[in-house]
Design a binder for this molecule. Sequence first.
Ligand SMILES: [Zn+2]
Length: 1047
Amino acid sequence: MPQGPECLSTILVQPFQQAAPYTMPTGYCGQPYNHPSQGQTCAQSQQMQHSVVPASSGNNLGAPLHPIVSYPSAPGSSQYGTLRSSQIAAGQPPVPTLMQPPPTQSSSQQYPQGNGATPTPAHQGYGAAPLSQTATVNGQSNAVQQHYDQNLQNPMSHYYARAPPISEAPDRERAPSGTPDTSVHSSPRHHPRGESSSTTTGSASPVPNSYESLEGGSYPDLSAPPTGVPPKQAPPFGYNYPTMHPAYQQNPTPRTDSSPSHGGYNPPGYQQYSQPFPSLSELSSALGGLSSVPDLEVETLRPVNLLQERNILPPKRTPPPEPNLSNDLRKVNCSPDTFCCTLTNIPQTQALLNKARLPLGLLLHPFRDLTQLPVITSNTIVRCRSCRTYINPFVSFLDQRRWKCNLCYRVNDVPDEFMYNPVTRSYGEPHKRPEVQNSTVEFIASSDYMLRPPQPAVYLFVLDVSHNAMESGYLTVFCQSLLDNLEKMPGDTRTRIGFVTFDSTVHFYNLQEGLSQPQMLVVSDIDDIFIPTHDSLLVNLKESKELVKDLLNALPGMFTHTRETRSALGPALQAAYKLMSPTGGRVSVFQTQLPTVGTGVLQSREDPNLRSSTKNVQHLGPATDFYKKLALDCSGQQIGVDLFLLSSQYSDLASLAGVSKYSAGSIFYYPSFHHIHNPSQRQKFQKDLQRYLTRKIGFEAVMRIRCTKGLSIHTFHGNFFVRSTDLLSLANVNPDSGFAVQMSIEESLADTSLACFQAALLYTSSKGKRRIRVHTLCLPVVSQLSDVFAGADIQAISCLLANMAIDRSISSSLSDARDALVNAVVDCLTAYRANGSNIQPSGLIAPSALRLFPLYVLALLKQKALRTGTSTRLDERVFAMCEFKSQPLHQIMRIVHPDLYRIDNLTEQGALHLNDSVIPQPPLLQLTAEKLTREGAFLMDCGSVMYLWVGKCCNEMFVRDVLGCPNYASIPSSMTEIPELQTTYSERTRAFISWLLESRTFHPAFYVVKDDTSAKTSFFQHLVEDRTESAFSYYEFLLHIQQQMPK
Ligand SMILES: [Zn+2]
């Protein structure tokens, strides 16, 4: 029970079933708070109707039906039977349930069979990859903003003008974290010739009854009159291509030797089109390019003898390989930072893929912050009638009236509206529309894409206020951070906010506008949690802002002297679910220990003596399915749950993480958090919160990935729920989440020269707009094994492999996962040796494109997630696994293989000059102690952590001018930032570090590490090329690989 707060009225609420519903101990009601209205608030609260009415009953009557996510145990039979779907509780007829395989075996988390010591060809491999981010990202900010808008003063004519630069553009849809839009409005209402848009999807379409039909493939034929009967669930795309009407059937013409053109794309009649789609004319050259190998490819195929060539690390992070496409296609292709493939040359057949022994998969960062994004408002969102692909730069126009889908090859009509180009303000150039000029676009969606009207942004914070939590001091940091960022949280005038705190009981806060102060409601019956009042716990942020501020100012002090050590996290989460069910939204949970009372209780499962075990690690999976089931319930109600774990003790993250994994949430972990004793963690927590609270957010999202006919997606990685075969349900989507998918080749791609992939993310913006962000990636198809190797993106491959290994370590065992990683390298290098020509029989040879493969795999084996023999706390290991599964590629690669630079001697040689500042560019160093010297200072960038290691005999000028200390001995051991000194060295060093941080959304923890302190262990553990007691050095690993290869 909390201490009597200083300024809040508190009410103890008992379950309403009891005869005396509101037992209010005098200690909790009517305390003299020196406020005139006190008595009134108490009276008000006594009149409140406390009941366990399902949160959304009443709201949904007559509204479109929402899908219900089903899971194996029926709601009534689950251990928290009160969490049943609101529609059923409200007495509505059950809606058709979208069946989903049992979550534990759902395709979303399944590790493919056969990835063990002897991978089967069909699923062989692992993959991963990172991207370089940096200069090019920064460079984009200077790009010219394209902004097209209508001249409203002259509604009868189209007027689309280039808008002023970003800073002057209206910021109506600009997200706080900043993705300026390029918008194109094209509304037929203003069609000058008065043509009505007969092809508009408009309101004529039947109301879709599920997310499957929203984003999926089951719309009626657009040109046909609506039948009034909603279609049944569409067959999932990728598994069933409807038979086309003969008139539309455009079978690819067989490629002949005499015709260098790309067989499948040239239907008769295309040549007569006077203005061919520009890209199309380049297709043949793209194809031709494959036969004459360009220089770039020669370099990526150069055989490298790994045992001899030690300096294989490039001086800079290298960008992923460029797909071998024509310049025109390359120019419009999707950025690899958003969308990339492990193999930038797609093998023509599964047999060829098997030969290469490399994993085929995609890595996505679909909602990342963009500096430029074309936004299109159009009545008609043009999509393929057959597979529902959005029109994109890689379709072909047969003539002005017909376009051919690049994924399923169906020929579609070009709608009338599309004949007008809002950018050029001209007619008859459908191929110049922004949709076909940009591989990343965002559509403003019509009501066709909604199951219900867009909900407001709703944020609920669930805060641990037990003794342990108060000891850590996190609540003060959190409340201050939220106060600082309250105005910057994404949303509009409808935004709602609420708070729940918990220890052994659950506390709600009435923040209804008009109250003189926040009112605390304590629910002590945690076995059957209920919501004490319905309207005033999630309040309009704008209207109740002062009350919210009062609460945030009061909260840290309210529990300072609490002696309550127990934690009722499970009931608090159930309360959050009930509270949020009517609207959906985001729940942010802050937890500091194992949940010890109520449902969802967990026990300690970690044996500290086994932290260094070289054998298998136990308890990587959840101890209970409570958190996963709760997450699935949340997902069904469009609630995303983010978890912040701030804990010095084991808290069973393996179980807790389920609540975020399956509700598309984020997971943050601050081991040994203490607001005073661990300043570096406090800073990181503060900076993370700043980003977290202000970053863009999308609600009620679904994502579908489509690919060229013949390819199929079979395993998804990331935090989400797989709603149907291939539709990912994301209750929330944030710009910092990455996803990965594995693919196989079901049918030969011999009839096409290009393979395309399209990710469509449908979401509701924080301002209540339904939007669809579409990314399309185009890659060449190749028939030669050497081309497959040449296009291997080693960072993407390593990242996909890491995801697969994490799944494997949970579903099978850590040692299996580790073996599979080693085998991935052995198999690939064996395949290269067997098929390569001109390779020396001795040595360990890799094509240059894959020369970092053994190094990255060795680095993976030394990660906290996958290592053995080095002391690793179970929660830290599990968190590392969560990171691999949910971070974008470039972030993962920095974790796997950090960047090491010497920075005590930075010069201007080769420096970047950006905006009047000089950014030194020291070369990357190999991760080995051999590269360190006691005379130097070295910066290691591990993504979420940065270390500055200072050698004992470090240049005194550096110590003085950069660190601001008179000598080495006086450098404090707890230094966590570099002072701002007005010296050349300091400015150069800070410029370099800021430049490293610029493209990063989360701020890394920063540690200055002296050579003679115990902290140096954490620095040295990242030197992955060096031998440790339990792990190979890089050279030993190469020898190990060589031994494993068949002679
Ligand atoms: Zn299609």
